[in-house]
Design a protein around this ligand. Structure first.
Ligand code: DC
Length: 230
């Protein structure tokens, strides 16, 4: 019985770590929806397109082709045939992505692609509107959060591991600004779906948060098994 698992939550709170671990354990597909908004942002920035101009945005969306491919056992996003998995994580993209993700035309295009990718179920998706808009019928919905300073330190460490020496305060400001924009925008704001379970992982290890999520998956599978006549 293949489910859809939706993980929403604040910036840099470990959504992708949890989503990847769940996908690996359950042999499900992992869908990183944030990567898609980041790739659209990269496209606008690299091509000098003003994303505040609705006509330019519509035109640009027609020229973007995105898909995921396995590279070194990881899901990489390809934009018009180019592997953009690394450039989409740059701070410059992070500084613009919440503005781009607030544009209704961009959201419509990305949500349509995401829903097509989830048609066969057996998928873990993370983002901001997964349980509310993209897959409102997901059997498991998790809203993940953690203390802002803890999230900043984790992100700082993650960038340091990649050899990027970013300023701690700049990262904190970026996370705070994105959370504010993502949760106050008009179109599909980040919010807790009524049927989501909130997990605060400030004091949890990766193993502990995975265990909690797997318990929710098992409960959903049992619920479905009871509902399905044998
Ligand atoms: O998860 P992330 O940090 O890679 O996401 C980048 C940005 O994209 C985030 O600040 C908000 C936006 N986003 C969104 O609006 N909806 C999603 N489903 C995923 C991401």
């Amino acid at each position: 019985m293949k489910l859809i698992i939706a993980i929403d939550g604040h910036a840099s709170c470990g959504k992708s770590t949890l989503a990847k671990a769940l996908a690996k354990t359950l042999h499900y597909v992992y869908l990183d929806t944030g990567a898609m908004y980041r790739a659209a942002t990269l496209y606008f920035l690299e091509n000098g397109i003003d994303y505040n101009d609705p006509r330019a945005v519509e035109e640009a969306l027609k020229n973007m082709e995105m898909h995921f491919e396995r590279v070194d056992d990881q899901n990489h996003l390809f934009l018009n045939g180019r592997d953009v998995e690394h450039p989409i994580r740059d701070l410059r993209v992070s500084e613009h992505v919440s503005q781009v993700a607030a544009i209704p035309a961009v959201r419509r295009a990305m949500v349509a692609l995401q829903q097509a990718m989830g048609r066969r179920r057996g998928l873990v998706a993370d983002g901001r509107d997964i349980g509310t808009v993209v897959f409102p019928d997901a059997e498991v919905k998790i809203f993940l959060t953690a203390d802002l300073d803890v999230r900043t330190s984790r992100r700082h460490l993650e960038l340091a591991a990649k050899g990027i020496d970013a300023d701690w305060d700049d990262i904190r400001r970026n996370l705070q600004a994105r959370d504010l924009l993502d949760s106050t925008r008009e179109d599909s704001p980040l919010k807790v779906a009524p049927d989501a379970v909130v997990i605060d992982n400030t004091l949890l290890s990766e193993e502990e948060q995975l265990e909690k999520a797997l318990a929710l998956v098992r409960a959903a599978q049992e619920r479905l098994a009871r509902q399905t006549p044998s």
